[in-house]
Design a protein around this ligand. Structure first.
Ligand SMILES: [Zn+2]
Length: 175
């Protein structure tokens, strides 16, 4: 990310312990902290909504709707905003499920993210209006028919496995 120190132009800048840049020739230090992101499992009549990515990374692969959290936003606000932007629908009832770490590299900069995953069961049909720059299409997939090899990110695979094992197939008495 930095070849030279942005303060003194020294080449002696190092990326330390996967989270900060440190220049040994001046006091420059920059924490490249883990970024907060959200993803949504939207369920209707037992099927899960997947998006097909229209952008790198993972272009053409399946994903869940979501994205990065903006400054001053809650996780739930970020989810509702991303869903509105990407799918053109309003969903405000979110149930927190789990968090999963991920590595996201949209360009030359690699982001380490922590994806917070929520789910929401819909009672009625939704009228989608897709953000075509981000989403090629949507599909509703039964949990047992998910093709895990076709999913863009490891965090999303792990979250879906968590959903299947801990939310869907756990009898209410043992929750
Ligand atoms: Zn420096």
């Amino acid at each position: 990310m930095f070849k030279y120190c942005p303060t003194c132009n020294s080449k002696n800048i190092k990326f330390v312990q996967e989270n900060y840049f440190n220049c040994s020739d001046c006091d420059f230090i920059y924490y490249h902290n883990v970024a907060s992101a959200v993803a949504a499992i939207i369920v209707y009549k037992g099927k899960i909504l997947f998006t097909t990515r229209a952008q790198s990374p993972g272009i053409g692969l399946l994903d869940l709707p979501g994205g990065f959290v903006d400054p001053n936003e809650t996780l739930e606000q970020a989810l509702s905003r991303e869903i509105k932007e990407e799918l053109g629908v309003t969903i405000n009832s979110w149930q927190y499920m789990c968090s999963q770490p991920n590595t996201y590299r949209p360009n030359k900069i690699e982001y380490r993210t922590l994806d917070s995953v929520f789910y929401s069961e819909q009672k009625s049909t939704l009228n989608f209006e897709l953000q075509e720059t981000e989403i090629r299409e949507i599909s509703w997939i039964r949990p047992e028919q998910i093709d895990f090899d076709n999913i863009a990110f490891s965090s999303i695979k792990a979250a879906l496995k968590h959903y299947l094992e801990e939310v869907l197939y756990t009898p209410p008495t043992s929750r």
